[in-house]
Design a protein around this ligand. Structure first.
Ligand code: SF4
Ligand code: SF4
Length: 457
């Protein structure tokens, strides 16, 4: 209407305006409610998947403003764990919709300073690397471990500071000799560089060429996991090649609604990996793997080369556990590792990528490993990217339940394939005073190979 200054509905709904078809798949059955960690903790329909989808629909229909408190708060409180997708009988693509809804939400209202700061630094190597260098230096002093034990955890400063220190301490490799031989540390030490040369008949056949995503946090705080991944893949007959030009996968930016930044990162990675011409691109960080598998969706609005590169990469992305232990494959055997291990499934591996059995098959293949049942192993740990830092109270409640389940399992080691989960769970265990180490599953297989003399010292 002439003279009407109100913004058109489609512009307000932004990236959600085109999603009425996807939103319409929700039949409001409520099957997802018991699977949702925020609904089960808060008991508020608006903090359930169904409630959040309803809010998205209301924004699309112009019944709710994107800057309304309801839309902002309940979307912000979602972990993005996608447990709702796994149980939804209608196949609602909740994760896809959430990212577009978050873009609409942050366009309407700027997110918290902490969130802007974290996302502003992650993915920018000139800022991120010095920050991580400082973090590694601090970690090496042992001060974070001390503060995680000593700080009270009460108050607006001490609480987040204690959590941050505990997370940093939890990213450290196990100290040699720090535990008995029913846990890691007894033989962990220097990393072997090459495979021991063996008679040709005992060498595994060359299976193909792969490249590994180094990642950002994984590369800076968990480089040992990347090295273990490379060694283990080589020991299983894969030729691991470099992928120059790769960088941060953009998952955290996509989850935070910063889709344009995520698209830039996706395009750079898709082109870098496509240049390698490898058979598979291997991921050892569940959040990055889910994001890369979804590059075709993210890049669908780009030009033809970007779409093609995104589709190429999306179709070749595999979690390391799939390459080693899916489709009837079993990893090469190593020596016994007599550890009691509880497996906790990263949400973006289990729900985001639907990879359930391969990590368990991988762990079961390691002689000596005693797998313990973990109650709620399929529920989020509360880490959810940067959620543990931006929502310490609710993330802490969810994480506290995970720690209690680990205590009940009696395991000395928790295995989980995502750096954020390792830090969140490890931080909770440290603050609870439980002597349980959190490792990536591939680190345990690597230890088995180390003990079996498969590597050359
Ligand atoms: S389970 Fe699926 S269809 Fe049912 S309410 Fe939840 S999102 Fe909607
Ligand atoms: S993504 Fe997780 S927290 Fe968010 S609505 Fe779905 S189950 Fe709930």
């Amino acid at each position: 209407m002439a003279g009407d200054a109100s913004p058109p509905r489609a512009r307000l709904a932004g990236a959600l305006a085109d999603q009425t078809d996807r939103l319409s798949h929700c039949v409001h059955c409520g099957f997802c409610l018991p699977a949702c960690p925020t609904y089960t903790r808060l008991g508020d329909e608006a903090d359930s998947p169904r409630g959040r989808l309803h809010l998205m629909g209301a924004v699309v229909e112009g019944r709710l403003a994107p800057d309304s408190r309801a839309f902002q708060e309940h979307l912000d409180r979602c972990l993005g764990c996608r447990a709702c997708e796994s149980v939804c009988p209608s196949g609602v693509e909740y994760g896809f919709l959430l990212e577009r809804a978050r873009e609409v939400a942050v366009d309407a209202c700027p997110p918290s300073v902490l969130q802007r700061l974290l996302l502003g630094v992650i993915g920018r190597p000139l800022l991120f690397r010095p920050w991580m260098w400082g973090s590694r230096m601090l970690r090496a002093t042992g001060l974070p471990a001390l503060l995680a034990r000593r700080l009270s955890g009460e108050g607006r400063v001490a609480g987040p500071l204690r959590l941050g220190m505990a997370m940093l301490a939890a990213s450290a490799p196990p100290r040699p000799g720090s535990m008995e031989d029913d846990g890691p540390g007894s033989s962990a030490g220097g990393e072997p560089a090459r495979l021991r040369s063996e008679p040709a008949a005992r060498q595994p056949k060359a299976r193909g060429r792969v490249a590994i995503l180094d990642g950002c946090v994984q590369d800076q705080l968990f480089r040992r996991v990347n090295r273990a991944t490379r060694r283990v893949l080589e020991a299983n007959g894969w030729d691991v090649v470099a992928a120059p030009g790769q960088g941060c996968c953009g998952a955290l930016h996509a989850h935070g609604g910063r889709l344009e930044e995520a698209r830039t990162m996706a395009r750079r990675n898709a082109e870098a990996f496509q240049r390698t011409g490898v058979d598979h691109v291997v991921l050892n960080a569940a959040g990055c793997g889910a994001a890369m598998r979804e590059y075709p969706d993210l890049l669908e609005e780009g030009d033809a080369p970007a779409r093609e590169a995104g589709a190429w990469l999306g179709s070749r992305t595999l979690d390391v556990s799939e390459l080693l232990a899916a489709d009837g494959r079993t990893p090469r055997a190593g020596a016994p590792v007599p550890w009691s291990v509880a497996y906790d499934a990263p949400c973006h591996l289990l729900h985001g990528q639907r990879v359930a059995d391969p990590p368990l098959r991988l762990l079961r293949s390691i002689p000596g490993v005693e797998l313990r049942e973990l109650d709620g192993a399929d529920e989020c740990c509360g880490g959810a990217g940067i959620y543990g830092l931006t929502h310490p109270e609710l993330g802490g409640r969810i994480g506290g339940d995970k720690v209690e389940a680990i205590r009940r399992s009696g395991a000395r080691v928790v295995a989980t394939g995502n750096p954020g989960c390792i830090m969140q769970i490890g931080a909770g265990l440290r603050m609870a005073g439980l002597p349980v180490q959190v490792l990536h599953p591939v680190e345990i297989l690597d230890e088995s190979y180390r003990r079996g003399g498969i590597y050359q010292d």
